[in-house]
Ligand binder design. Structure first.
Ligand SMILES: C[S@@+](CC[C@H](N)C(=O)[O-])C[C@H]1O[C@@H](n2cnc3c(N)ncnc32)[C@H](O)[C@@H]1O
Length: 423
């Protein structure tokens, strides 16, 4: 590692292991050097080679990293008394480059009991700076934290949608305080997950199926886990309305899609044409039609040459949406159908995958009326029969609004697995 390394804080999503796997795979795929300096539950600190642009790109092009911040200062909490800490914080300038009227906020991460105190100290220092500079700044409270922010430590962070709505990155400032293991660091946020862009792609495309489609951010995560690079070719053999393929196109990846339902194939082509127009990708409807076809995911070799795909990224079918939580018996029926479909699909997918290719796919976990869960059994055997080996996961992801398979009552969770061919 050269001396020119800058430390960046990455705030991780709901499943920190998934976020870290995505981030490190993203960097490895692009052969970018990094060193992991600290891994805590809601955040990690990485040293990257002198590269603020890369740090911002990481959060803009991944689906599970919430924020990235650049380090302003770090100090050992045990070595400083109260005066010393105040002195340290008061030397810093937090509001450089803000607009005349701006919003600002302070987030806190970590398990040190002094976090709330440090958070307040930074907040009052920024207030002083605003007063002294006769600036017009309005403070943004972390959501749900109005009453007792410090007793609920993990509620101190501002959420990415608030940061975007109040324009804290481009016009104002967010300072992040981390306090763990006797060390306090202060960071200035450089970028957040572009939720506004993901939402635009989810909710303004021509065809939407809120209960049946995957969230675009999760699709992006799976594309990154599959180690896809611009110019590679990916297939989604259960393409639905094309969410995974639209995110792949935006990552510069060439796409193929299959769905057993002709209506889905048409919807995918129309959604991808819309994406191409909206983002000037230069793809015509007829370009897209040659790659998106009606077909059965259990017979991929009929549609695609052997060993041709850099990756298969998909969320397989699970049957019709349910209106209530299934009984154990009902769930068993759904799961045993899924087991047959998964094992035939995986065996077929292995044949069209390049030897260095990857498969990233979801496995369902059904929530049952009796409070239990049911998942696909015999996955180890299924993978062995297909000649596939797990390289990552399973990462469990909870469904959120609009990304639930069955209904808004959270009937399903997903596991994401990443596979490659066995040697
Ligand atoms: C869970 S949905 C995929 C949703 C997709 N990820 C999206 O965001 O729109 C599963 C899709 O698989 C299709 N399907 C079911 N069985 C299939 C099979 N044997 N081969 C190909 N597609 C199949 C269904 O028509 C459905 O559109």
């Amino acid at each position: 590692m050269s001396a020119q390394k800058i430390e960046f804080l990455f705030a991780l999503g709901r499943n920190p292991d998934l976020s870290m796997a995505e981030l490190t795979t993203y960097l490895d795929t692009r052969e970018r050097k990094y060193r992991l300096l600290q891994k805590e539950s809601p955040f990690s600190v990485l040293a990257l080679a002198d590269d603020t642009t890369l740090a911002k790109e990481c959060v803009a092009h991944t689906g599970s990293i919430l924020k990235v911040g650049e380090r302003l200062a770090c100090f050992a909490l045990d070595k400083e008394n109260e005066r010393g800490l105040r002195g340290r914080v008061s030397q810093l300038r937090f509001c450089e480059g803000v607009e005349d009227r701006f919003s600002w906020g302070v987030s806190g991460y970590g398990d040190d009991p002094r976090l709330g105190h440090l958070w307040r100290m930074v907040k009052s220092q920024i207030r002083n700076e605003i007063k002294a500079g006769r600036m017009k700044g309005s403070f943004v409270w972390p959501r749900k934290a109005g009453a007792l922010p410090f007793e609920k430590r993990f509620r101190i962070p501002l959420m990415p949608d608030d940061i975007l709505r109040k324009r804290l990155i481009d016009r104002g400032v967010e300072v992040i305080v981390t306090a763990t293991k006797g060390c306090c660091c202060l960071w200035r946020t450089l970028g957040v997950i572009p939720l506004d862009e993901y939402n635009e792609r989810d909710f303004t495309r021509p065809h939407q199926r809120p209960l049946l489609s995957i969230a675009p951010s999760l699709a992006r995560t799976m594309i990154n886990l599959a180690r896809l690079r611009p110019g590679d070719v990916v297939v989604d053999p259960f393409c639905g309305i094309g969410t995974i393929l639209q995110e792949a196109l935006l990552a510069g990846v060439r796409v193929k899609g299959l769905d057993i339902d002709a209506a889905c194939v048409n919807m995918t082509v129309e959604n991808l044409s819309w994406i191409s127009r909206r983002f000037n990708l230069g793809l015509t409807k007829s370009n897209l039609e040659t790659g998106i076809k009606v077909g059965d995911a259990r017979e991929l070799e009929k549609h695609l040459p052997k060993r041709s795909m850099h990756a298969v990224v998909t969320e397989p079918e699970l049957g019709p949406p349910l209106q209530r939580l299934p009984t154990r018996g009902e769930a068993q029926q759904i799961i045993s159908k899924a087991e047959k479909l998964y094992s035939r699909f995986l065996a077929s997918a292995a044949t069209i995958l390049r030897d260095d290719g990857r498969i990233a796919l979801t496995f369902p976990i059904l929530r049952l009326q009796d409070g239990g869960f049911l998942r696909i059994r015999g996955t180890a055997r299924m993978l062995e029969d297909a000649g596939l080996t797990p390289t990552g996961g399973p990462f469990q992801v909870r469904g959120g609004e609009g990304e639930l398979y069955y209904s808004k009552t959270r009937m399903m969770e997903r596991e994401i697995r990443v596979l490659e061919k066995s040697c």
